[in-house]
Design a binder for this molecule. Structure first.
Ligand code: V47
Ligand code: SF4
Length: 389
C-alpha cells in the first residue's frame, strides 16, 4: 500500500468520501452513487491522488503512445449532431470534401518506409460511401501494407453503412474484419443517456446500438475503444451512467482497451452558447473515470483536444496514454476550437513531453504491445535523428 494515499484517505473528514477511498485502496468496485458523490463532493487532490495510485499500480510510470496517422474520408454527413463543428450536411456537400479510394491510397503510400504502426480512419457519414466501398479500401490498404493496423469507423458510421446495405451487425462486422479492419475507435458514444442524447445527437445510433456494435466486434476477437463527450449539458449522473454501461459490457467481453474522455469544445457549432468545462472539471473527470472503470486497462488523453500542457497534467490524474504522433490535419478538432491547430507531434516531441513530467515514455502498437521504452534515451539525440521525426 502506498503510504501517502493511505494517510490522505484516513484524514478525509467526509465519512462517505473516506469510505470510497477505502474501497479504492482495497480494490473494491465503486457503486453508481459512489461515482456521483465523487463528482459532487470530492476535491481535485483527493480524486487525483486516488486515480494516480490506481494508475501507478496498473502501469507504474509508463506512459504509452503510438506512431499513427489519420485519414478522414469525408466531412459530409447525413447526421447533424449539435456539437459538431466539422460536418457539412449532404445538401451542402460542395463545401465539404470526399476522398476517392485513390486519394486515400496516396495518403497511405506517403508513409511507405516510415515506422508508423496504425492508421486511424474516421469521418462523416456519407450516404454514397457504402460498406463495399470501404471493404475495397481496407483490402487495398492491407494488400499494400499488411503490417499496418487499421483502426477505423465509429459505431455511428458502421450502423449507417450496415443498415443501408441491409446487413446485420454480425454480417457487416465480419465482412469488414475479413477485409482487414483490425479494431474500432471509440467515437460516436457521446453521452448514452437518452435525456442528453436526444438533445445533442438525436438522429444517430442510440446507446444500445453503439454497445451492440462494440460487443459484436469483441465477439469477433477485435479490440475497441470508448469515448465520452463531456462538459456540455450533461450532469454528473449522466457521466456515471455512461461509464456504468461501458463497465457492464466490459465485464462481459473484456474487449475494450481504452477509455477516452473528450472535452466538449464550443467553437463554430450549434452549441457555441454552452460554456466549456474548467481545467479542474476536466482533470476530475479523468480521475473519476480511472476509479470507476476498474476493468478498463487504459485511460487516454487525446492531446489535440486537450492541448499539450493539459495532456501532460492529466498524467497525474489517472491517464497513462497520450494517443500518438497523429500526423494529421485532424480537422474534427481544430474546427471545434481545440488548442492544437494542426496536430502532429514527432516521436521526439512526444517523448520529451512525457519526460518533462517525469514519466516513462513507451511506444506501443494499437494493442498495447510494447515496441520501445524511451526511458533511457537522450531526447536531444532523438531530435536530430530523422527516424524519430
Ligand atoms: O464522437 C466531435 C468528438 C469524436 C466535438 O478511439 C468533439 O483512439 C469535442 O472518437 N468537442 C470522434 N469533441 C473522435 C474519436 C477519437 C479520437 C481520437 C482517438 C480515438 C480512439 C477516437 O469526436 C466524436 C465526438 O465525440 N467531437 N465534435 C467537439 N465540438
Ligand atoms: Fe456526423 Fe460525426 Fe459530426 Fe455527428 S459528430 S454530425 S455523426 S461527423
Amino acid at each position: 500500500m502506498n503510504n501517502s494515499v493511505d494517510v490522505l484517505v484516513k484524514s478525509e473528514t467526509d465519512a462517505a468520501l473516506q469510505h470510497i477511498g477505502g474501497k479504492v485502496l482495497n480494490n473494491q468496485r465503486l457503486s453508481f452513487e459512489d461515482g456521483v458523490l465523487l463528482f459532487e463532493k470530492a476535491s481535485l487532490p483527493y480524486v487525483g491522488s486516488l486515480a494516480n495510485y490506481v494508475r501507478e499500480k496498473l502501469h507504474g510510470n509508463k506512459t504509452y503512445f503510438n506512431r499513427n496517422f489519420h485519414i478522414e474520408p469525408t466531412n459530409v454527413c447525413v447526421f447533424s449532431c449539435n456539437f459538431c463543428s466539422y460536418s457539412k450536411l449532404y445538401a451542402h456537400r460542395d463545401e465539404g470534401w470526399e476522398l476517392s479510394k485513390e486519394q486515400m491510397m496516396h495518403i497511405i503510400q506517403k508513409y511507405d518506409g516510415k515506422p508508423v504502426t496504425e492508421v486511424h480512419i474516421v469521418g462523416g457519414v456519407h450516404p454514397k460511401m457504402n460498406v463495399y466501398f470501404f471493404e475495397d479500401l481496407l483490402r487495398s490498404i492491407k494488400a499494400h501494407r499488411p503490417d499496418l493496423h487499421i483502426k477505423g469507423f465509429t459505431a455511428v458510421e458502421l450502423d449507417y453503412m450496415f443498415r443501408k446495405a441491409k446487413l446485420s451487425v454480425e454480417d457487416g462486422m465480419k465482412l469488414l474484419h475479413e477485409a482487414g479492419l483490425d479494431s474500432l475507435p471509440g467515437g460516436g458514444a457521446e453521452i448514452f443517456h437518452p435525456e442528453i442524447r436526444e438533445q445533442i445527437c438525436a438522429d444517430k445510433v442510440d446507446a444500445d446500438g453503439w454497445l451492440h456494435i462494440h460487443k459484436t466486434a469483441h465477439q469477433l476477437g477485435m479490440h475497441t475503444n470508448a469515448t465520452m463527450l463531456f462538459g456540455h449539458i450533461e450532469n454528473f449522473r449522466h457521466r456515471v451512467d455512461h461509464m456504468e454501461r461501458l463497465r457492464q459490457l466490459q465485464d462481459e467481453t473484456h474487449g475494450f482497451n481504452t477509455f477516452i474522455p473528450l472535452k466538449f469544445r464550443n467553437k463554430d457549432n450549434d452549441m457555441s452558447n454552452v460554456p466549456e468545462s474548467s481545467l479542474i472539471e476536466d482533470m476530475k473527470t479523468y480521475a473519476i473515470a480511472r476509479l470507476y472503470l476498474d476493468n478498463f486497462p487504459h485511460l487516454k488523453a487525446y492531446w489535440p483536444m486537450l492541448g499539450r500542457q493539459n495532456a501532460q497534467l492529466s498524467l497525474s490524474f489517472g491517464v497513462n496514454d497520450l494517443d500518438g504522433t497523429i500526423d494529421d490535419t485532424t480537422k474534427i478538432y481544430s474546427m471545434a476550437g481545440s488548442e492544437e491547430k494542426n496536430p502532429a507531434l514527432s516521436t521526439a516531441q512526444l517523448v520529451s513531453l512525457i519526460k518533462q513530467v517525469k514519466r516513462e515514455p513507451v511506444e506501443r502498437d494499437t494493442l498495447y504491445n510494447e515496441i520501445k521504452n524511451y526511458a533511457s534515451e537522450d531526447v536531444r539525440e532523438l531530435e536530430i535523428n530523422p527516424y524519430y521525426n
